[in-house]
Write a protein that binds this ligand. Structure first.
Ligand code: SF4
Length: 754
């Protein structure tokens, strides 16, 4: 029997509402939900392939447990017994930091990934935490932490109202947006142009987004911070710096001007390869626009000065008076945000509260760099125990972290490893236990993370579109049981995890004078929660305590889970609104424009004024039908232009003697890979581009389609030593490489590609 069900798409950050067609319990179609309050019917090719992603035959259907060296299907009880038996002795013998935890990017796309990892981290007490953030956006967190006192305070561009949008290192026509949740990002850019606005794109590649722009500056990779510093310098130099109504909330404006003194457009231009007059013009246009927003993404984060670039993005929005005003960049207010506390000084943001054991990298936001994971496993020091057991949740660092070969070997040396993963992939193949979550249609969905980054305040929740198949376990239950097994409570009721979180949260809320439940009885409040299960009761609690919540009866018109369920297409909560100074948690209670760690890092940026790479440098790229390593096993999303080729400019190709389609060897500090060349003037001379998330050619995996066209693992070109020192973020762009055509003998193996 055919029916439809609503489901928020989890396949990228845009969070579109989908209407799924379901036949006999299987998703057979997906279209955009026209009534969705946020996405209004938008869908992209990934969303349209939801059914194929959901029903991939290579998804694991039962847990795997290693017996006599081989992974074999097991019962859930056997699997969790093995997790407890594998992790607890490591904690007891070697201490909590000997258990590492790796959280992959899909965690932010699931309800379970939002609700349980924090409990697992706290329960384990480990400092060996690694996530995808340090190969992606950690510089944004550190910049937000230092400027605003809150690592999760990330302003987003007000796409629908701005007059001038400056995009740096972002390609939303392919990615559909990142740290800026906006269904139909392409349509919103076209609307900006249609209303007479200006789009400027800074990117070493002439991307599809760049082709839409009024002005495209093909900057030299890795020099974004210099370019942004020159824009900020110009604003001061020409008397254009005018924070307007922000002024009472700022501290350090004069010190900032002095710190940027050396970064004149003339000094910066040779390094960026963008002429000084253009930089001055751009700064003047930003200052003159009725409203403007500067937005930078992965290309500006995964570089040696990623935190400085992220800081300067916010600085520019502040100096032009565009932070926290409509049409500029604002702080979203999600429905599950904590109850807003009164404005005033906070605890501030600290970096380096502990360090990695081997290379002494400082922690940031409680995390160590993913680049350091391999050495934290395979290198003994006098300073504490190496990691001996690893818990990987939705993580494939063998492909996503620098030097996958070293990590691949290191994972093989662990005493114990557990992976929560739907696939037997390049990382989970090392696990002693693999716990497969159900396909996405069998899970509920709410975007805890992405609603805090959305260009419009709204709230949506979808229950599972189809019931759990026999033998499946809900992802929330898998993670709750993992928490119990790894923290010494194996065998307890998984509902105890949710009950504990609810009890602790409500006990804290009733003590907070600004809470709507101040002074009430936590047990009485817990009894009021609704929902079919623990995760739903937690969502209900967060909604009711949140900024739009009913406060457990204090505001009868406020949000509850029941009210949300009565609005299956979501509830619109209005456009972004100015919020300062409430979100500030700095010790001063103000925006601290020149924090000490930033000031201390500026000499390194000054030194970069004289740097000019002599050879080729590598950048990544994104494809509309791909998202990291997730979807390479889905035939509908691979092939065509979504292939792992090396883009290089015709001038470089001619100089190197490389023909279009010819296999080339690419060599970096960490190793070498081969890929077919794609000669295109879509990259600037001196730059080559290879997408990431490929390299599905290791033995022991079960991803048949991906293995048939494996591509090359770009991260093998890195040795893990290049980091942004403030954030620990890996440097993935602007990396020096050598490229050479393969010899005729080797070329034969690539016959199909030539
Ligand atoms: S844009 Fe993203 S959220 Fe929307 S349908 Fe495509 S993959 Fe899904």
């Amino acid at each position: 029997m055919s029916r439809t069900a609503l489901r928020i798409c989890p396949l990228c950050e845009a969070t579109c509402g989908l209407t799924l067609t379901i036949d006999d319990g299987r998703v057979t179609g997906a279209r955009g939900d026209r009534d969705d309050v946020f996405s209004k019917g938008f869908i992209c090719p990934k969303g349209a392939a939801f059914g194929a992603v959901d029903s991939d035959p290579d998804r694991l259907r039962a847990p795997l447990v290693r017996v006599d060296g081989e992974l074999r299907e097991a019962t859930w009880a056997e699997a969790f017994d093995a997790v407890a038996a594998g992790t607890r002795p490591v904690v007891e013998r070697h201490g909590p930091h000997a258990v590492g935890l790796v959280l992959g990017n899909p965690n932010v796309h699931t309800v379970a990934g939002a609700l349980y990892p924090p409990v697992l981290i706290a329960g384990l007490g480990t400092r060996s935490l690694f996530t995808a953030s340090t190969v992606d956006q950690m510089p944004k967190h550190v910049a937000g932490g230092l400027l605003f006192g809150d690592a999760n305070a990330i302003p987003v561009p007000d796409l629908d109202r701005t007059d001038h949008l400056l995009l740096i290192g972002a390609n939303p026509l392919e990615s559909n947006g990142s740290l800026c949740t906006a269904p139909d990002f392409p349509g919103r850019l076209k609307a900006l142009k249609a209303r007479g606005g200006t789009l400027t794109v800074i990117d070493p590649r002439r991307t599809r987004t760049a082709r839409l722009a009024d002005r495209h500056l093909a900057v030299r990779p890795g020099t974004d911070a210099l370019l942004l510093a020159a824009l900020a310098h110009t604003l001061f130099d020409e008397g254009l710096a005018d924070p307007g109504e922000l002024a009472p909330h700022l501290t350090g404006l004069d010190e900032l001007a002095a710190a940027l003194h050396d970064f004149t457009p003339e000094a910066v231009a040779p390094a960026c390869d963008v002429d000084a007059a253009t930089l001055r013009t751009l700064a003047r246009e930003l200052a003159a626009a009725p409203t403007a927003a500067v937005y930078a993404r992965i290309g500006s984060c995964t570089v040696p000065h990623g935190t400085l670039a992220s800081w300067l993005v916010d600085v520019l929005n502040i100096l032009t008076g565009n932070l926290d005003r409509p049409g500029g960049a604002l702080f979203p207010q999600a429905a599950t945000d904590r109850t807003p506390r009164p404005a005033g000084p906070g605890r501030g943001f600290a970096l380096g509260r502990w360090h990695s054991r081997v290379s002494r990298h400082p922690e940031a936001k409680g995390e160590l760099p993913l680049s350091a994971l391999a050495e934290e496993i395979d290198t003994a020091t006098d300073d504490g125990e190496p990691i001996r057991a690893l818990i990987a949740v939705a993580a494939n660092p063998v492909l996503s972290a620098p030097d996958g070969d070293r990590l691949d070997k290191a994972l093989g040396s662990l005493d114990f490893m557990v992976s929560v993963d739907p696939y037997l992939n390049e990382t989970s193949r090392h696990a002693d236990v693999v716990l497969p979550p159900p396909p996405p249609a069998q899970s509920p969905h709410h975007d805890f993370a992405f609603n805090t980054l959305a260009v419009r305040n709204q709230v949506r929740y979808t229950r599972p579109a189809v019931p759990l198949e026999p033998g499946r376990m809900a992802e929330t239950e898998i993670l709750a049981r993992l928490v119990l097994a790894a923290t010494g409570m194996h065998g307890a009721d998984p509902g105890a995890v949710d009950a504990m979180v609810i009890g602790q949260t409500l006990a804290k809320a009733v003590r907070e004078p600004h809470s709507p439940v101040h002074g009430r009885d936590p047990e009485e409040l817990a009894a009021l929660l609704t929902g079919d299960n623990g995760p739903e009761r937690r969502l209900d609690m967060m909604l009711r305590l949140g900024p739009y919540g009913d406060g457990f009866g204090a505001d009868p018109d406020g949000l509850t889970l029941e009210k949300l369920l009565a609005h299956p297409h979501g509830i619109d909560l209005g456009p972004l609104r100015p919020r300062l100074p409430q979100p500030l948690k700095t010790r001063s209670g103000k925006v601290e424009l020149l924090p000490e760690p930033i000031a201390a890092d500026l000499p390194r940026l000054r030194a970069a004024l004289g740097e000019r790479p002599a050879g080729l440098v590598l950048v990544g790229r994104r494809h509309l039908r791909s998202n990291n390593s997730w979807m390479h096993n889905v035939p509908a999303l691979t092939g065509g232009s979504n292939r792992c080729t090396l883009h290089l400019h015709p001038e470089d190709a001619a100089r190197l003697g490389v023909r279009d389609g010819q296999p080339v060897r690419i060599k970096g500090a960490g190793g070498e890979v081969t890929a077919p060349a794609e000669v295109t003037d879509g990259v600037r001379p001196g730059v080559v581009s290879l997408p990431h998330g490929w390299g599905h050619d290791r033995p022991g995996t079960r991803m048949r389609h991906a293995a048939a066209d494996p591509g090359a693992n770009v991260n093998q070109l890195l040795d893990g030593s290049l980091l942004d020192p403030l954030s620990g973020n890996a440097v993935l762009n602007g990396v020096p490489v050598e490229v050479a055509p393969l010899t005729a003998t080797v070329t034969k193996t690539f016959g199909a590609l030539t």
